[in-house]
Design a protein around this ligand. Structure first.
Ligand SMILES: [Cu+2]
Length: 157
């Protein structure tokens, strides 16, 4: 029997190789998308009305699950703190909501009823080097603004 490969055999081999790469890439991308939980709390240590995690770094395509650990909180995009092309966030009260973030950048989140008490959080998606937010243009109550300044300082240092 002739052991050299016919063009047909080569084509079949290449196609099989191509398929396994496609399947590999597809399954890798679904495996790697992680889910990150952010609790919404009435109290954490000596702090009142806080997100369980105030800075969350995730990869593009990962999901955030806003967890209504305590009742009466929500998660809403802070105006001016949403990356270009990203969809606004506004979760319902007392409901666990999962949101996939596909646009890189810095997402500012507030709890609508408790933003005055400083209930805010940042979600950093992907590489944000060179990303700039002009806090002077962001409207927030005093306590929230002070905390936001601290959080932004933390991510840039
Ligand atoms: Cu709240």
């Amino acid at each position: 029997m002739d052991k050299t490969m016919t063009p047909r055999m080569i084509a079949t081999l290449l196609f099989t190789l191509f398929l396994s790469i496609v399947i590999g890439v597809l399954s890798a991308s679904t495996d790697e998308a992680a889910k990150h939980r952010i609790q919404m709390l009435n109290k954490s240590g000596d702090k009142k009305y806080v997100f369980g995690q105030e800075i969350t770094r995730i990869a593009v395509g990962d999901s955030i699950i806003f967890e209504p650990t305590d009742k009466g909180h929500n998660a809403v995009t802070i105006k001016g703190m949403l990356p270009v092309g990203a969809t606004k966030i506004k979760t319902s009260y007392n409901k666990e909501v999962e949101i996939t973030l596909t646009e890189p950048g810095i997402y500012g989140i507030k709890c609508a009823p408790h933003v005055g008490a400083g209930m805010i959080a940042l979600i950093i998606v992907g590489d944000v080097s060179g990303y700039y937010i002009d806090l002077a243009k962001i409207k927030l109550p005093k306590k929230a603004k002070i905390k936001m300044t601290e959080l932004l300082d933390q991510i840039s240092s």
